[in-house]
Ligand binder design. Structure first.
Ligand SMILES: Cc1cc2nc3c(=O)[nH]c(=O)nc-3n(C[C@H](O)[C@H](O)[C@H](O)COP(=O)(O)O)c2cc1C
Length: 496
């Protein structure tokens, strides 16, 4: 094994942010990477995304070429036999995977490695650009296997937020050297030295003869304080940061300390949440600013603060290469042409406890009627909380599961009442909604940044736009006649 050193390619000025589940899929990341910027695939729930796509579409030539490169053919054969042999009938339930746990069989873990490999390899095909993978720190069980698959496929960047991933640089180092790696598992009720509080993964079956390149590791943080802590306390190199502001789509970091809620129930950010970009610069690694970036002036403003560039999600989430279910994507774009969309910052929607941005669209889980009609159920389980049960073994619970079950497992009813099932909701948003045997189809949930309505500038009389249009529009160096750009307010240094 001979890991090659980190590559010396210039840093991109634009990162297309990771967007789960499968909104930033390989097609979007490939389009952005082909255009010379950093395209990022989402690694969240990638095993279920992979097997549901197989059930719908089988294996085409592009996928076959990638599968043929996977180092363990028996894993590919097993996946194809189980999920690609028969096409799913429209309206029939998908065959799902058992929820992952610390006791998952090797076969389930191998499938995660394969699925992640496929997503990154497809994103990297046909160009020499940069591809990253985004993972949520809160989702713990599949992390090492997902990273392993991504590294096998030559991923250039690993991007992680939603938690403090101090242990990930060391895990990456282990994986590129083909060493068994250990990750902490947060188990409620278990002391840190309890045997249940760690997970182990052995990459040896996949990396035996490979020469692996270490991807850069970029932490997604909400503040210079967190960036400094991650930089100093990590068990290996941190190569950069994305500073994500509270206007960003997806999960947001809560304000520091205790905080009030505004009249719509969203968290109120204050002076303690202001980012000190001088401290970011002093860390000596590149950083990008994310959240509310919708114009070239915003990019120039970020660069003036010392950033290498910006991370953008919302503008890419609605472009033609996005993984969002097409009818839903077009509905949002069509709505935007005649009225403003509302985005709420919900402190209850996500079972993680992090604030989560929700677009208020009828027929989605953000619609109280649709929410009330959904039978509570947890069967994808990526956001489950591990806890030590009364027998001292690791068990799992989710605030989105039936209330009686959650309470029996020691969960508090009041924490769970308004919690949505993000796993099933987001799986529906990317067009892979589960259909129940009684015909009930899981409804989507759409997340976006506060500035969603500013996408309208990209449409300019059209019904659609591409990832390339986003890049051209944001390009800080491109000369252009002003189309609202000059009037755009600068990014404020702190919370918005
Ligand atoms: C649809 C959507 C899904 C997202 N999912 C994730 C995710 O899975 N992981 C993550 O770190 N960030 C996620 N984000 C945040 C983006 O990566 C990015 O940082 C953010 O969108 C930037 O702010 P903007 O939305 O104002 O452009 C998501 C954003 C959107 C719009």
């Amino acid at each position: 094994m001979n890991p090659t050193p980190t590559h010396a390619v210039p840093e991109p000025w634009l990162i297309q942010g990771g967007m789960g589940i499968a909104i930033s899929n390989w097609r979007l990341a490939r389009a952005v990477a082909s255009a010379g910027q950093l395209g990022v695939v989402s690694g969240t729930a990638i095993d279920n995304v992979f097997v549901r796509r197989l059930q719908d579409h089988g294996v085409d030539d592009t996928l076959r070429a990638v599968l043929d490169r996977f180092p363990v053919p028996s894993v590919v054969e097993d996946a194809l036999r189980r999920f690609a042999a028969v096409r799913r009938r429209a309206g029939a339930p998908y065959r799902s995977l058992a929820m992952l746990s610390d006791r998952s069989p090797r076969r389930a873990v191998d499938l995660v490695v394969l699925a992640s490999f496929v997503e990154v390899a497809l994103a990297k095909s046909g160009h020499g650009g940069l591809v990253g993978i985004n993972l949520l720190t809160k989702v713990q069980i599949p992390t090492a296997a997902t990273l392993c698959g991504a590294i096998l496929a030559g991923v250039d960047y690993v991007m992680m937020g939603a938690g403090v991933p101090t242990h990930i640089p060391g895990v990456i180092d282990d994986l590129v050297h083909g060493r068994r790696t250990t990750l902490p598992l947060a188990v409620t009720g278990a002391p840190a030295d309890h045997h249940a509080s760690s997970l182990s993964f052995d990459p040896a079956p996949f990396v035996a003869d490979a020469t692996l390149r270490r991807p850069k590791f970029v932490g997604i943080v909400s503040s210079h304080v967190l960036a400094t802590a991650l930089f100093k306390r990590s068990n290996g190199p941190v190569d950069g940061f994305v500073v994500e502001r509270p206007s960003a789509g997806g999960h947001n970091a809560p304000p520091r300390g205790s905080y009030p809620l505004d009249e719509r129930g969203g968290p109120v950010y204050g002076p303690r949440d202001e980012v000190d970009y001088a401290v970011m610069s002093d860390l000596g690694v590149p950083f990008w600013i994310g959240g509310g970036v919708t114009t070239a002036a915003h990019v120039r403003d970020a660069q003036a603060r010392g950033a290498a560039g910006v991370q953008v999600g919302t503008m890419f989430a609605y472009c033609s290469e996005s993984g969002m279910e097409p009818a839903l994507r077009h509905r949002v774009l069509a709505t935007m042409s005649h009225e403003s969309l509302e985005v709420a910052t919900s402190t209850t929607a996500s079972s993680t406890g992090y604030p989560f941005k929700v677009v208020e669209l009828p027929g989605t889980i953000a619609d109280p009627l649709t929410f009330a009609q959904r039978p509570r159920r947890c069967d994808l389980g990526y956001l489950r909380e591990a806890y030590l049960d009364e027998r001292g073994t690791t068990a799992y619970r989710c605030a989105a599961e039936p209330l009686a079950v959650y309470e029996r497992k020691g969960g508090a009813r009041e924490d769970a009442l308004a919690t949505t099932c993000l796993c099933n909701g987001l799986m529906a948003t990317c067009g892979l909604a589960q259909v129940r045997p009684d015909g009930y189809e899981e409804a989507p949930i759409v997340t976006s940044g506060d500035r969603i309505n500013e996408i309208a500038v990209l449409l300019a009389g059209r019904e659609d736009y591409s990832a390339r249009d986003v890049i051209d529009w944001l390009n800080p160096a491109a000369p252009r006649a002003p189309r609202g750009d000059a009037a755009t307010p600068a990014l404020t240094s702190g919370a918005s």
